[in-house]
Design a protein around this ligand. Sequence first.
Ligand SMILES: *[C@@H]1O[C@H](CO)[C@@H](O)[C@H](O)[C@H]1NC(C)=O
Ligand SMILES: *[C@@H]1O[C@H](CO)[C@@H](O)[C@H](O)[C@H]1NC(C)=O
Ligand SMILES: *[C@@H]1O[C@H](CO)[C@@H](O)[C@H](O)[C@H]1NC(C)=O
Ligand SMILES: *[C@@H]1O[C@H](CO)[C@@H](O)[C@H](O)[C@H]1NC(C)=O
Ligand SMILES: *[C@@H]1O[C@H](CO)[C@@H](O)[C@H](O)[C@H]1NC(C)=O
Ligand SMILES: *[C@@H]1O[C@H](CO)[C@@H](O)[C@H](O)[C@H]1NC(C)=O
Ligand SMILES: *[C@@H]1O[C@H](CO)[C@@H](O)[C@H](O)[C@H]1NC(C)=O
Ligand SMILES: *[C@@H]1O[C@H](CO)[C@@H](O)[C@H](O)[C@H]1NC(C)=O
Ligand SMILES: *[C@@H]1O[C@H](CO)[C@@H](O)[C@H](O)[C@H]1NC(C)=O
Length: 529
Amino acid sequence: MFGSASSLHWLFLGLLHANIVLGSASQCASFELPDLEGVVLTGKTYFKAKARVNITNLYSAIDTDTLPAFCRVELVITTNATAKSSANTEVWLPDDWNGRFLGTGQGGLAGGVTVADLGLIAVQQGFAGVSTDTGHSSTSTDGSWAGPGNDNAIIDFGWRALHLSVVAGKEVVRSYYDRSAAKSYYIGCSTEMQMFPDDFDGIVVGSPANWMSHLMSWSIHISLNVLPPASPSFINPTQWNDVIHPEVLRQCDSIDGLADGIINDPRLCPFRPETLACSPGQNTSTCLTLVQIHALHRIFTTYFEANQTYVFGPYYPGGEAAYPDGLVGAVSFAIPQDWAQFFVLNDTEWTMDLYNASVLRLMEEVNPGQADAIESNITAFTGPSHNGKILQYVGWADQLISSENSIHYYETVHAFMQTIGQDINDFYRLFTVPGMNHCMGGFGANAFGGAGQAASGMPPLSLDPEHNILAALVQWVEQDQAPSSLTAAFWNNNNVTAGLNFTRPLCLFPTRLQFAGGNPNDPASFECV
Ligand SMILES: *[C@@H]1O[C@H](CO)[C@@H](O)[C@H](O)[C@H]1NC(C)=O
Ligand SMILES: *[C@@H]1O[C@H](CO)[C@@H](O)[C@H](O)[C@H]1NC(C)=O
Ligand SMILES: *[C@@H]1O[C@H](CO)[C@@H](O)[C@H](O)[C@H]1NC(C)=O
Ligand SMILES: *[C@@H]1O[C@H](CO)[C@@H](O)[C@H](O)[C@H]1NC(C)=O
Ligand SMILES: *[C@@H]1O[C@H](CO)[C@@H](O)[C@H](O)[C@H]1NC(C)=O
Ligand SMILES: *[C@@H]1O[C@H](CO)[C@@H](O)[C@H](O)[C@H]1NC(C)=O
Ligand SMILES: *[C@@H]1O[C@H](CO)[C@@H](O)[C@H](O)[C@H]1NC(C)=O
Ligand SMILES: *[C@@H]1O[C@H](CO)[C@@H](O)[C@H](O)[C@H]1NC(C)=O
Ligand SMILES: *[C@@H]1O[C@H](CO)[C@@H](O)[C@H](O)[C@H]1NC(C)=O
């Protein structure tokens, strides 16, 4: 698309002279929007280096004084003139621009510009960043904005607002710096893979919700097995944390060579909850009833339909500390109910206990906003005409989307590519993160520059390609050097201010992390096998 000799030439100049200032306060103040149909400029604000940036919306917040200087441009983009639907979009333009464009994503059903990642990833690393509220304002678990039947809002959320924002954002960048971005990237967690192959040259995606029909059915399956709290199969947080988790560690923690509280590959753990069955008279805060053991088996097992059709992966052993957040905190449960009510069935009276197999079929058929992004033929993006690269990651203790979903999608692409004689490693790589919860947090080395991590107190150890997945992607796209491993940091209490505990490798799937002996705080003591 771009990549012309002149923009590449400029890029090298930019890299050699990192102090070249391409934006400024006066440039921000005098910025005028190029003539773009349906796009209106609603704000431009200059932030000096280390100025306080304190911006909050329903989905994302930033409150920091650590950023380099940048210009914040706010846009309203008409998404369908007939329906008068629109999206709020922001483009953040650093003075010290690295010549690259970065789109950032959302999570769940949210509507809100990802100001946290625009600041703490894009501007912090010199990218011109764009993010949109996807056409509505809401938290990540609230889907009531979708109607029922609010088609334009659903399409905006599904793909249209982001695509139009990327197109407009690139024009803003070109006009502001007087040159186009040399390369375009995307970073998101929990969002779908994009459907416009030309929008980006490379994408980083964590634990994507790219199979909404099946993810929603699975969430309902999990909740029907262990909820409501009054149900005899309900497993309370004390049982998850103090009964099940220690037994998982007892049975499986040493399989990877090191008893450190982290299950490096839970697929190797043949967890048997039967050992926890209550003896006569035993207090159930120290054991499980038979009904609870059966429920645990069902949610720790791959979910199939009655006719053996694959629906979704399991909860894996190891993430017990986070599973009650998903369950008791009702985070995962607000979403499928809203999805069914407002996006699929158009019935605000519907509740999850009414679920049956035809609801999954309807979710597939209606496919709101084309939310099922499960195409295994991604050659339009990765083939020689575009040469796009994908870096994906997933935490083995994901409490909101079974980690297996990332593996399942990767493997369908892998299989397809093999049928056409292509090696998936040339364009699509998956890293698994032992102990990490959905997108971040949990146990183990889990900070490596993924979306939302820095904003949640878990920045990468450094911005180099070894420690920062976005830099690894840039190196792959621009220098054809594919990452074969990454090194992640574990900050004490998952908070950088508490200091570094250890760093550890992340393994390229299908390899897994094995302790080889030595000091466990030294990444060299581990191998990917
Ligand atoms: C950020 O803004 C909020 C209100 O929007 C305010 O409560 C908070 O004190 C501000 N933070 C700082 C550090 O000024
Ligand atoms: C735009 O909205 C109108 C009115 O809701 C609808 O009829 C039309 O199909 C929409 N167009 C597109 C491209 O979504
Ligand atoms: C609910 O409404 C949407 C949008 O109008 C439509 O596509 C879908 O088919 C409807 N669902 C059912 C079950 O009729
Ligand atoms: C079971 O143990 C819990 C926690 O130690 C305690 O609060 C509760 O009273 C005990 N129940 C019985 C019936 O002893
Ligand atoms: C069984 O699986 C197929 C998909 O292969 C699906 O179309 C069909 O509706 C399923 N039957 C039931 C009862 O869910
Ligand atoms: C399955 O659920 C749908 C949606 O609630 C309902 O319309 C349908 O009658 C149910 N089918 C059966 C066989 O219960
Ligand atoms: C895969 O997708 C490409 C690009 O969209 C298309 O040209 C090709 O025919 C597809 N291959 C198969 C086997 O479907
Ligand atoms: C990290 O710890 C500091 C100091 O205790 C605290 O102020 C801050 O809120 C914490 N950050 C997060 C994201 O929890
Ligand atoms: C470092 O991590 C280990 C293993 O998770 C943990 O046991 C230990 O308490 C941590 N150290 C500190 C200072 O938090």
